[in-house]
Design a protein around this ligand. Structure first.
Ligand code: PLP
Length: 467
């Protein structure tokens, strides 16, 4: 007991240090990987470390860890920190339940089910729908693909693959699709990458043409992965048109909304998911747009029998008893399962659905600020499109890979780059809803100032050609 209290006190001290540090140095000093062990005492030793030394070691690690919650972190599809969600996650750690049975998780099961039920309602899934919290977006996609495979050929759960299945996804979709196709036994060679249009959306006509060709060649079209928020451009595949095709050819339609599926909370932007109620499964990551701690991924299934058929160890799903509704282990991939629901619930409960709407809308507003800035400043070239929270641009012909690397190495700001078709560019992600317009303008300012003050670090592409 005394130990616990001391450790909570220490925790609070460390968090105060961290929060101050985040204000003072929004980008942590970079430690080169080959100097890591020389810079920090990470060694594990025979004898225990005593209090003061231990505290110092922890403080050093905390301070030197890359900071993902500050106003200069734009590198990933997550960022920032919703404090009510942090509160929930800290409670989840203390409670330390496992989500497989009602006996050991009690009301936490109800919390998870409430989030799932509300989410299903928001996307227009009916009373047969349900879902679960996988370990992340990649796992959500994996579970969707397993259900699609088993729906197409129930015998494959016991006999293994017997049909030459093929699956379809856009070239711009997440790389987990490739991994998952190999894990499920379908095989990576049996993915058809469908071309995207100029704004990064899968082209339905190309999909249908490929499906027809595959059927002609004896393949079994099984699954279409639509993306709601592609990794680079943040584009939304046209779900309604894809659903026309999956219904016509009897394929599973999964909507991967890991990045931007949270638009379900926004009246202004949920039209980007038009047709989602026709999908077989839909997933979204609350740890991306909604700012909960990692990880918090939800997969919803239009007909819950598929969850049971693929993930329950019992015989085929017949009917669901009340007991099963509260014994979530029957529909999950893992056995022991972390409580990822509570952090989302504390956030949702405390700000209300209207608060989640604001979190989502704020990101689109910040994206507009960034896009307008880029459009109105001649030194910039814009590559991205409306209705996206990924703003892709180049600055003064500077090679984007060099620019991002140098900004990171000099602790100016952490931002990444991406490519679409022929172009490579800087990708600014306005996923941190705690940021303000000022923070976005500040980002451009620090970038421009750094380039101006360090001309020797950069040579433009043009110059490189001239030399
Ligand atoms: C982030 C992302 C994933 C993967 O989610 P993880 O939680 O990182 O596994 C899958 N698909 C898309 C579109 C994503 O943006």
């Amino acid at each position: 007991m005394a130990d616990m209290n001391n450790d909570i006190t220490l925790f609070n001290e460390l968090i105060e240090i961290l929060l101050n540090e985040e204000k003072k140095n929004p980008v942590a000093d970079r430690i080169e990987a080959n100097k890591l062990y020389a810079s920090l005492d990470l060694s594990l030793n025979e004898s225990p470390m005593v209090d003061d030394e231990f505290k110092t070691a922890l403080r050093d690690v905390v301070i030197s860890t890359p900071k993902t919650a500050t106003n200069l972190f734009f590198n990933q599809l997550f960022g920032g920190r919703q404090s009510k969600a942090v509160l929930g996650d800290l409670l989840a750690v203390m409670l330390n339940n496992s989500m497989y049975t009602y006996k050991v998780a009690g009301p936490q099961v109800g919390i998870e089910q409430e989030i799932i039920r509300k989410s299903c309602e928001l996307i227009g899934y009916g009373p047969q729908s349900n879902g679960t919290f996988p370990t992340g977006g990649s796992m959500s996609n994996y579970m969707a693909l397993v259900m699609a495979r088993d729906a197409k050929d129930p015998a494959c759960r016991s006999k293994g693959m017997t049909k030459p299945m093929v699956i379809y996804t856009s070239k711009e979709s997440h790389y987990s699709n490739a991994k998952n196709t190999s894990f499920t036994g379908i095989g990576k060679d049996n993915i058809r990458y469908i071309e995207a249009d100029e704004t990064g959306r899968m082209i339905p006509e190309k999909l249908e043409a490929t499906v027809i060709e595959d059927i002609k060649n004896g393949f079994v079209p099984t699954y279409v992965n639509a993306t709601a928020g592609t990794t680079v451009l943040g584009a939304f595949d046209p779900i309604d048109k894809l659903a026309d095709i999956t219904e016509k050819y009897d394929m599973w339609l999964h909507v991967d909304g890991a990045y931007c599926g949270s638009v379900i909370f926004s009246e202004a932007y949920k039209h980007l998911l038009k047709g989602v109620e026709r999908s077989n499964s839909f997933s979204y990551n609350a740890h991306k747009m909604l700012g909960t701690p990692l990880t918090c991924s939800i997969i919803l299934v239009n007909d819950k029998k598929h969850l049971h058929n693929s993930f329950s160890n019992d015989a085929d799903y017949l009917y669901q008893t009340d007991g099963d509704d509260f014994n979530l282990g029957k529909t999950s991939f893992q056995c022991g399962r972390r409580n990822d629901a509570l952090k989302f619930w504390t956030l949702w409960k405390s700000v209300g659905t209207s608060g989640l709407t604001q979190i989502v809308n704020q990101q689109f507003e910040l994206a507009n600020v960034a896009r307008n800035y880029v459009k109105n400043h001649p030194d910039y070239t814009l590559y991205s499109f409306e209705d996206s929270i990924s703003i892709c641009f180049n600055y003064k012909n500077i090679d984007p890979t060099t620019l991002c690397t140098v900004l990171y190495e000099h602790q100016v700001t952490v931002v990444g780059f991406g490519s679409f078709k022929e172009d490579t560019f800087v990708r600014l992600v306005t996923v941190n809803a705690n940021n303000t317009t000022q923070d976005i303008l500040h980002f451009f300012k620090v970038l421009e100032t750094f380039v101006e003050e360090n001309p020797s670090v950069f040579e433009t592409k043009d110059e490189a050609i001239n030399i």
